[in-house]
Design a protein around this ligand. Sequence first.
Ligand code: SAH
Length: 264
Amino acid sequence: MSGSRPKKRFSQNFLADKNIAAKIVSYLDLKKSDTVFEIGSGRGTLTQIIAESAAKVISFEIDINLIEPLLIKFKDDKNVDIINADFLEINPTAYFSGKFKLIGNIPYDITSPLLDWMTTYRDKFTIAVITVQKEMADRLCSDYGSKDWAPVSIFTQCFFDIKKLFIIPPKAFYPPPKIYSTVLSFTPREKYKIEDWQLFEKIVRLAFKHRRKYLTNNLSEIPELDKRRLEIILSNMSLDKKTRAEQLSIDNYITLSKAIAPLK
Ligand code: SAH
């Protein structure tokens, strides 16, 4: 069947190991009343396992050539909906009005846009179990003081508790990718109060612009902020003027943007 030959264009690496597929799904902790959104049905390996334990699976697949085989595979499963769409473009409320669970063994090039999607719709789901490239997982789960601490870690941890679940070796996929994958869970929660998100985002991005430079040098690109002023702000936060971006926690960045806000 030429239609389901793995395609590079959609970064298709299908799970070939049923035990690993079942293990990924187990972290959704499915109840018979759950509705699950799946990103990238592929050949329906995860879809089938989910369908056995949930009320409903709404599975999104971008590749039109995979749709017919999926419809055939699930023709007798009334609780499986196969939707041919780019998941990143959908508004979940168009498909389901309640809270759902989210799962995706997804192409790595959509990880960042998917994190944006998840942030936008974080009040619509209770948990997301997502497979990402191992290096990305290390970044997402890092803490301040680590070399992995980056804007993406900060922006994602602002809204989610993130847990590393397990690592998947390339041989669990067909075709095997060149890299190791890590399965992560994301639980939305309100932990931080960020009044001016735009300013916060701007400061974090600027702070990390040149990792080798001191924070004061990076941030003095903001016209209203001369270095002297910044050093005073930092010293009020008990931080040395030689502090670098990766040494600041999320709380530090929130305090910093509050101190900078009146200067704008
Ligand atoms: N979940 C399946 C498939 C993994 S491969 C499994 O574990 O075996 C990833 C799948 O995501 C591919 O079928 C690919 O076509 C699909 N995909 C890629 N980008 C997508 C997008 N933006 N929206 C929906 N599906 C997408």
